[in-house]
Design a protein around this ligand. Sequence first.
Ligand code: 5AD
Ligand code: FES
Length: 356
Amino acid sequence: MNSYFLADKLHNDGNLTDNEFLKILYETDSKFNDYLAELARKKRENYYGKDVYVRGLIEFTNYCKNNCYYCGIRRGNKNARRYRLTKEEILSCVRMGHGLGFRTFVLQGGEDPYFTDEILTDIVKSVKNLCPDSAVTLSVGEREFESYEKLFKAGADRYLLRHETADADHYAMLHPADMDFYNRIKCLKNLKQIGYQVGAGMMIGSPFQTKEHLLKDIRFLQELKPEMVGIGPFIPHRDTDFKAKAAGALSDVLKLLSITRLILPACLLPATTALGTIHPKGREMGILAGANVVMPNLSPKGVRGKYLLYDNKICTGDEAAECVNCMKNRMANIGYNVVVSRGDYFGWGKNVTIHG
Ligand code: 5AD
Ligand code: FES
């Protein structure tokens, strides 16, 4: 069957058979990607119009007890310059971000045992006290059910935990033996059960990734139905085992963004910093391929150059205000508007359905 026909089918039905998905995953015609992007854009506009939600990203610790083979802040990287923000420093980022129009703050960090439930719940409560009109998203890795529950009760609204790959064998090629694929999936299910808006996701072009793995990712996303999906290219970091591996291809990232929009039409889908790193217009292309979220960095200037998951990360030398303005201009240039809003999942907390 012709790929364009399959794109229409995916747009109409929100699904394809395994062989049909593989056919479009293997498709190399660049015009085909443009067609898929057009359908994904149409779909996102049914739910979110031309609005782009912004999230203020605060990278509050780069200490990490894990040693993922791909990541620049893994514990084995002796060259990483480690830092931790204090609660006051985090709150001052939030205060500044609120003034700039942010209504979601993403607290992201490595898996840093310093941030016990007690310390982290206190930080979440303090952010919510300071900005009761804003959402708090956490991205601090795998924790116990009880820990996720305490953080939720403290006021956290959303949680990002990429599944990284939905194939257990592939997971084991990207992570050391002390990291368990099934625990990660369990964490995502726990987060859902507790009531978070949950984000899963994967790198595109990670070492050893095949199209068949991507098909598994698609099936996993369809089953979990996360409210958010983080998708960006793998980019090598010089101090990792994967330093000599190729980065993920722009066209593959854009294709997966479009497919994700078509299978989960209302999802919150960021055009990531990593996408902006592999192409100067990567984030714009991401939005035009169906993404609807951008995440400018609010971390203090002094630490930005230290939260390096991969090489050549963009925006490490810019002030938050500069990044925000840059992002507004970038979105306006392609006909989209950055809005001042919490930007919850479509219909979240209400009983709304939409067809289309
Ligand atoms: N390239 C791209 N993305 C990366 N991440 C970690 N290391 C890299 C890299 N080298 C992503 C992972 C993780 C998220 C916080 O950043 O998917 O979940
Ligand atoms: Fe950070 Fe452009 S978004 S400088």
